[in-house]
Ligand binder design. Structure first.
Ligand SMILES: C[S@@+](CC[C@H](N)C(=O)[O-])C[C@H]1O[C@@H](n2cnc3c(N)ncnc32)[C@H](O)[C@@H]1O
Length: 209
């Protein structure tokens, strides 16, 4: 924590001066360390997605893959897609996942506020940890997420200290609900929030099921 807090202050200061920019890949090591693992318990956070093994999941902004390994581990027959604006971050995540023996993962570079390069209703779940605060056009990002998540699927945000762009529950609801997502679970503490939204199944589709 003592290492991360000055970095957080520096990032906040730089953002004020020069505007939004992604967390620098050069200091990705600070995102994947034993202290964070002990404080944040990534396994418990990923449990909130409610995976049963066969799902198709997209993780936006995985960075070096702190949560990705936990997601890939649960997808026994499903598939994980990692999408990050920095190819260097995807390289780090790929090394981590390869090292852990997970081959059920695809990698895409791009910006989450441009149209996401995936089919309508492709995913059962979308997971974003400490990312949405860095995305300049958050509304465009949510619009795209609403398109690629299946009816009945979930959108999960993980926001924690000491992220300088941490969004709270009210801010997340203000972003997600106008795009049709409904709040399903909100687990909060002063250290982290895990917020799950569900995309409702339209009445017409419900009748078909
Ligand atoms: C603070 S890091 C968090 C990484 C990881 N989720 C974690 O919690 O360890 C934010 C990540 O989001 C990515 N990112 C930032 N803006 C993005 C955007 N517009 N589109 C896609 N990825 C973005 C960054 O490159 C970085 O990997």
């Amino acid at each position: 924590m003592r290492i991360e807090v000055p970095v957080t202050s520096l990032l906040r200061l730089l953002r004020k001066r020069i505007g939004d920019f992604p967390y620098p890949h050069q200091i990705a090591g600070l995102l994947d360390n034993p202290l964070r693992r002990a404080l944040e318990n990534p396994s418990a956070s990923v449990d909130a997605i409610g995976l049963t093994g066969g799902e198709s999941v997209v993780e936006i902004g995985p960075g070096p893959g702190f949560f990705s390994v936990e997601i890939a581990r649960r997808l026994t027959t499903g598939r994980l897609v990692l999408f990050d604006i920095q190819p260097e971050m995807l390289d780090k995540a790929r090394r981590k996942l390869d090292g852990a023996g997970y081959r059920n993962v695809d990698f895409h570079a791009g910006s989450a506020d441009a149209e996401l390069p995936f089919a309508d209703a492709q995913f059962d779940a979308a997971f974003l940890a400490e990312v949405i605060g860095e995305v300049p056009d958050k509304d465009a990002c949510l619009r795209s997420l609403a398109r690629i998540v299946k009816p009945g699927g979930v959108l999960v945000f993980h926001e924690s200290f000491p992220d300088p762009d941490r969004l709270n529950l009210t801010e997340l609801r203000a972003l997600a609900e106008p795009h049709g997502f409904e709040l399903a679970i909100a687990r909060g503490s002063r250290w982290k929030d895990v917020v799950v939204f569900r995309k409702p199944v339209a009445a017409q589709e419900k009748r078909r099921l």
